[in-house]
Design a protein around this ligand. Sequence first.
Ligand code: FEO
Ligand code: CA
Ligand code: CA
Ligand code: CA
Length: 602
Amino acid sequence: GPGNGPGRDGLDFEPVRPNTLDEVVVPKGFETDVVIRWGDAVTHDAPEFDFDRQTAAAQAKQFGYNNDFCGLVPLPGWDRWLMVSNHEYTTEEFMFKNWSSAAPTEEQVKIAWAAHGLSVVQVEREHRTGKLVVSKDKKKYNRRITLTTPFEVRGPAAGSKYLKTSADPSGRKVLGTQNNCAGGVTPWGTILSGEENFNQYFANADLVTDAGTKAKLGRYGFSGKASLRKWENYDKRFDLAQEPNEANRFGWIVEIDPLDPTSTPVKHTALGRFKHEGANVIVAKDGRVVAYMGDDERFDYMYKFVSDGKYQKGESKRAREHNKRLLDSGTLYVAQFTGDSPVSEIDGTGKLPGDGEFDGSGKWIPLAHNDKSFVPGFTAEEVYVFTRLAADQVGATKMDRPEDVEPSLKNRRVYAALTNNTDRGVKPGKEGATEVAPRVNNKHGHVLELEERRSDNTATTFSWKLLLVCGDPNSPDTYFGGYDKSQVSPISCPDNVAFDPRGNLWISTDGNALKSNDGVFAVPVEGRRRGQVKQFLTVPRGAEACGPVITDDFVLVSVQHPGEIDGASANNPLSHWPDGGTSQPRPAVAVAWREDRRRICD
Ligand code: FEO
Ligand code: CA
Ligand code: CA
Ligand code: CA
């Protein structure tokens, strides 16, 4: 098993073994607790959660469902933060007993609208115990954003004819955000969040007759007649036959300013529209800001945005307001990867090519700069609203579900989780193995490391290598940065990535195909232990591990959809985490810290 001697990376914990327990399992010497769970109070006037008597009015003041991304924005003073959580999606059969897809009630639908969006919660470290807790003061900052919260559309496609609906003829004001998956904290202390699988909420794509509109909807995965949740029964904007443009008002990166509770959240059209997993920003050496992004779909693409304007240092109101405009104008690029080994050496089994690495070079292909399109046949407005179709035209590289893509602030390299792609080389007509996606029927995924030319994040060329080819280390189709595979933890389906204060990469997983619960892993990217993956925690049965946050003193993990197991429902819960007994499972944020209060990376 993995070794645990001291090293410069500070990762000296004893790895957690694969398991299927119904709890959060942390290494020896660590403690864990729940910070907040579905239904807990967010605003000061929130009522007690009552599973059997839920209301939309209560849910709009309580922590939403299926929290995914988690980010911390520090408050002045010590050990106080605003914790922002995304509420990606609802699973009504777990939220309500006897829920019926055929006929949900209006109140159930409105509860689901209120259970989506984001929560802003003030948290603090409790000095007596070392745990992270929700602050008693809920009045100043705490806030819920839901599917009925007004958003301002900004950037080059604001007001586009493709964004206008009967409820919003301006094309500049959208109610709500949905399917918010991963995200990032910006250098100016706001939160970016990606609208991902928004297609699932809309009905009647099959009834759309205009061929052009139909093709665009198809590329974004809209299909069928009635939707699973039947929102179209209570708001016609979810019926594409009546409001086809409402679809175009989701699929954006949104920005929330948690420090200004009265601020209107923003949808950023300059960052393109696709199944946005999230966005992470780095300030380039010349001061421009660069956002890295993935489109989480099999055979979809990686993107980056480079701002026109430059970041202003400092926390003055003036600097912040300037920085909050940086994502309004700039250049949107899509990535093209080229392998450096002969194609004949990439045989689809994951066997390393002759040069010993899956690696190569690449370029960022510009798609649009504000009102100028670089894609033949597309106006700039069309590039921004139908980004997938524009990227299809320019030779972008098909990836294995690009999820979280995040630059390291320590080494300026960019790390991308490619979760899996069981269609590669399997589904008729789909692409086979390439050096950047070297396994057919890719069940376990891989982690890519990208280095921009001269470490300039605004560069248009880069080199890349696969840091990890995930799976069972005993299997020949895996690779752990060249590290001794007898000394690593098995890892499958990397999804979110994050960094600790020393620059080690942390990875959370979704859909572990190795018969263990999902979890959180740490791996050094520098030094002699580069590639030594160690499991830090596992989440309860049926849960996905998301949004890890690693500070000097604690680790946060979003425990999303505990108990989501075949055959389970509110009538037959198969997880009772976190409340125990016969309780219903509740998605939650959990915290882990060292009993002896030493630093996480000591
Ligand atoms: Fe919501 Fe791509 O995971
Ligand atoms: Ca190679
Ligand atoms: Ca994800
Ligand atoms: Ca991340």
